[in-house]
Structures are given as structure tokens and as C-alpha cells.
Ligand binder design. Structure first.
Ligand SMILES: CC(C)(COP(=O)(O)OP(=O)(O)OC[C@H]1O[C@@H](n2cnc3c(N)ncnc32)[C@H](O)[C@@H]1OP(=O)(O)O)[C@@H](O)C(=O)NCCC(=O)NCCS
Length: 426
């Protein structure tokens, strides 16, 4: 490991300390060879004072058990009809699985406890069909969970609910995870599955605002794979209930859990509730971030080299694009008031966030600013991204004669021979 990686991780610690994460693990992942690493990662999170609750499913194990006993389960995921025989299978499968998880946690020196924190009632009769022993989550025993967490104990929650009469119901683990995340005011709900995030009509969804995902569900739920529908619905429900970020990641990828927590990289799908990415004016502390961000592009001669002093002197022109409070892109608007012209400059999007439309958002942002200032045209000088500004930003090729005189002089001195692009605003 590089020491700089550690620095990268440390910047997230204050934000996550004493906060709660819910990990919703599919049964199939528990039998994956990567599961031991996943539990080691849970131990890492605990060591950083992040409170982790584990919720697990059991579909894969119910199916295996049914096959072993030459039975057909009436339902696997706790959403359909659970008959008496299937409930029996679910009890055996879920208990075995909880035990396996407890074993794995103690192998990592973590104290853990299997819990009965879900009060459930029968799902009832839906469209004429009695769902028998399928339950719906009625209440979460928050007090018990908080107490366990405060004692440093990892609560493990099986996909089973209990009613006041001591009857057990099979509940859907995604629903349990969403309810627990809401009640514990978790800041992250992470579904750990066999698939690398959500795909809609062949298009992977990387970062999607909850409103957009809800719209896709409403208008075209058939566009999602059937086995991901429940996660999609519960991701939306959890976000709407106040969980700011829901991730859906693959449990088969090494380091997936740590990467999703400690980096800005797009792993799987992130569904977010609030506007977690936004553009803001640069501050003094951003000067270094601007230099670090653009270093590579300067070396590749894509961007002009700017000294610390030069950035500081025109800091008011710079804007940062932040994701989760980390700057991942920047742009500047230099104004030539006399000529009523603006220059879009220093546009840079970090390579880990390319091709997500951030560049376009920043161009639009600068263009709106320029219009607000009643400028008549926007200029860009570019050596390697001129077709980008033409095709994605609506700029047209201009000439050095279009530059305002003071800028023209600098242009000639620089010898970079950049192309001049222009966009009329009036
Ligand atoms: C150019 C840059 C700002 C694009 O940012 P981005 O956020 O990745 O771009 P977007 O997501 O808005 O757009 C992506 C699209 O632009 C295209 N694109 C990206 N860089 C391009 C370039 N240099 N030339 C032409 N097209 C480019 C992509 O292929 C993609 O096309 P598609 O939508 O048809 O698949 C970014 O790559 C960058 O920082 N480059 C280095 C610095 C630079 O050249 N800055 C401009 C000088 S002021």
C-alpha cells in the first residue's frame, strides 16, 4: 500500500466517525470466496469507529436446501408467498447463514450478535392470494440495536420477523435493510450483491439522483433485471426516507466495499438523495487543489501552466465542482468587461470522473454566468479539446482576432498556438 492511499482514506474519517452504515448482504455473497475479505473490511470500518450493522438475505441458501431435500420453495426472496414448508427451509437456511457470518466476524476479532429486532405482521391477502408466512416489517427495535452498537457489538439481522405471539415470518432482506437504515438514521446503506450495480435497458447506472431512479421505476420498471427490482425499489424507499446515499455494489470484487467508502470512484451504483455534487466559488484553500487537479493536463500541454500567485490573483474567477466535499473538477471565467467578452479557462475534470457530463455542466454553468453578466460572447482557447467544445458545448471555430487585445497579446507570447473557439451569447 502507498502511504498516499492512507492519506486519501484519512480525509474521510471525520465525516464517518460514529456514523452508522447498513450492509445488506445477499445470501449468495456469503458463500463467495471473497466473503472473508469483506468481513475483514467490516473490521477495518469498525476500527475507524464506523458502526456497522449487517443484514443478510438467504435466497440462495433456501434454494440450495430445497434442492437438497427435493422440495420446491414457494418463494425465495420473502416477497412472494411463503408456505409452511418454505418457512421451515427459510428458518434453517437463515440460521445457518447467520451462524456462518458470526463465525467470520469472530475470526476478525469482532464481537457480534444475532438479533430478533424486526417485528413483522403477515403481508396478508394481495390480489386474492394469501401470502401466508410472508411478513412485512412493522417495527425495528432501535433501542436494542443502539445498545449493541454502543457496546461495540456488530448486530447481525436475518431476514426473519417476529410478531407479538412469537410467530415467525419470512421478510424480504432488502426491506429489512431499508427499514433499519431509516430507523437508525444510517448515512449509508450498501447492498452487496452478485451484480456490479444497477443496469437499465443495458445502460449501467453509476450515480443517479433518487428522483430520476424513481421515475425510471415508475415508467419502465421492466427495463431493470427482475432480480434487481427489489433492490431498486428499496434503494428509492430508503433515500426518500432520509438515507442520503445508497450503494449497490458487487461483493465479488476485491476491495469493493472499501473503495466505495473511501474513494470518489464510481463503483457499482450510487443512488443519492440530496444534491451531493455541486459547483461553488473557489476559496483560498482551493488554490492547491486546482494546481494538483490540473497538474497532469499542464504536463500534457492541454492546459496552460498557472503559478500559485496567478491563481490567487484571479481566484474570484475560479469555480470548483465538488463530489462529497471533494473537488473533482474546476473551471474559470475571466471577464473582459470593456469588450463584453468572457473566456472560459482552466476546465479540467479529474480522470476518475470523466465522461459523466461534469465538463458539460461546468461549460453550461460558465455560460449562464456570462449571460448574467450580459457578456456578448464566450471564448475558449484549447489545444486538444477543441472538438469537445464544438460538439458538446456549441462553440464555433474563431481566430486570434476574436480575442480582446490584452488577451491577444498574451496569446502571441505564449506560442502555444491554441485554437480559438467562440460562442455568441446575444
Ligand atoms: C475535456 C474535458 C474537460 C471533458 O470533461 P468530461 O467531464 O469528461 O466531459 P463530458 O462528460 O461532459 O463529455 C464527454 C464526451 O466528450 C468527449 N470528449 C472528452 N474529451 C474530449 C476531447 N479532448 N476532445 C473531443 N471530445 C472529447 C467524450 O468522448 C464524450 O463523448 P460522448 O458523450 O459522445 O461519449 C476533460 O476530459 C479534461 O479535463 N481534459 C483535460 C483538460 C482540457 O483539455 N481542458 C480543456 C481546455 S480549457
Amino acid at each position: 500500500m502507498r502511504l498516499t492511499d492512507l492519506r486519501g482514506i484519512l480525509q474521510y474519517i471525520p465525516q464517518f466517525r460514529d456514523k452508522t452504515f447498513i450492509l445488506a448482504i445477499d445470501g449468495a455473497i456469503v458463500t463467495d470466496e471473497n466473503f472473508a475479505t469483506l468481513l475483514l473490511d467490516v473490521a477495518v470500518l469498525w476500527s475507524l469507529n464506523i458502526r456497522v450493522v449487517l443484514v443478510h438475505g438467504a435466497s440462495a441458501q433456501i434454494k440450495a436446501l430445497a434442492d437438497e431435500q427435493h422440495l420446491t420453495a414457494s418463494d425465495l426472496d420473502g416477497a412472494g408467498i411463503t408456505d409452511a414448508a418454505t418457512l421451515k427451509l427459510a428458518l434453517t437456511a437463515a440460521n445457518r447463514l447467520t451462524h456462518e457470518i458470526l463465525e467470520g466476524l469472530s475470526a476478525n476479532d469482532l464481537r457480534a450478535a444475532s438479533t430478533n429486532v424486526i417485528t413483522a405482521h403477515p403481508m396478508g391477502i394481495i390480489q386474492g392470494a394469501d401470502h401466508l408466512f410472508t411478513g412485512k416489517v412493522e417495527r425495528v427495535d432501535v433501542e436494542l440495536l443502539q445498545w449493541l452498537l454502543a457496546q461495540g457489538v456488530v448486530p447481525v439481522i436475518p431476514p426473519l420477523g417476529f410478531d407479538g405471539d412469537g410467530k415467525t415470518y419470512r421478510v424480504n432482506s432488502d426491506g429489512v435493510a431499508a427499514a433499519v437504515a431509516e430507523e437508525l438514521k444510517a448515512i449509508k446503506l450498501i447492498f452487496i450483491t452478485s451484480s456490479d450495480g444497477l443496469i437499465h435497458r443495458g445502460q449501467p447506472l453509476r450515480q443517479v439522483p433518487v428522483a430520476e431512479l424513481a421515475k425510471l421505476l415508475q415508467h419502465d420498471h421492466a427495463g431493470f433485471a427482475r432480480d434487481m427490482l427489489s433492490k431498486t425499489q428499496h434503494a428509492v424507499a430508503a433515500c426518500r426516507a432520509g438515507v442520503p446515499r445508497v450503494h449497490i455494489i458487487s461483493g465479488e470484487v476485491d476491495d469493493g466495499l472499501l473503495a466505495v467508502v473511501f474513494s470518489d470512484e464510481s463503483i457499482g451504483t450510487l443512488v443519492y438523495a440530496n444534491e451531493y455534487q455541486y459547483i461553488r466559488a473557489a476559496k483560498k484553500k482551493d488554490v492547491r487543489a486546482i494546481q494538483l487537479l490540473t497538474k497532469q493536463a499542464v504536463e500534457a500541454d492541454e492546459l496552460l501552466k498557472r503559478s500559485r500567485t496567478a491563481i490567487e490573483q484571479s481566484l474570484g474567477d475560479y469555480f470548483m465542482f465538488e463530489i462529497d466535499k471533494n473537488p473533482v473538477a474546476c473551471v474559470a471565467l475571466h471577464v473582459y468587461a470593456e469588450q463584453r467578452q468572457g473566456e472560459l479557462a482552466c476546465l479540467y475534470v479529474s480522470s476518475s470522473h470523466e465522461n459523466q457530463g461534469i465538463g458539460r455542466k461546468l461549460i453550461q454553468f460558465v455560460e449562464n454566468k456570462a449571460r448574467e453578466l450580459n457578456l456578448r460572447e464566450l471564448l475558449v482557447l484549447s489545444t486538444q479539446a477543441f472538438t469537445y467544445f464544438q460538439s458538446k458545448g456549441g462553440f464555433a471555430e474563431g481566430t486570434p482576432d476574436d480575442l480582446p487585445p490584452p488577451r491577444r497579446e498574451k496569446y502571441e507570447q505564449s506560442g502555444r498556438n491554441s485554437k480559438v473557439l467562440i460562442k455568441k451569447l446575444t
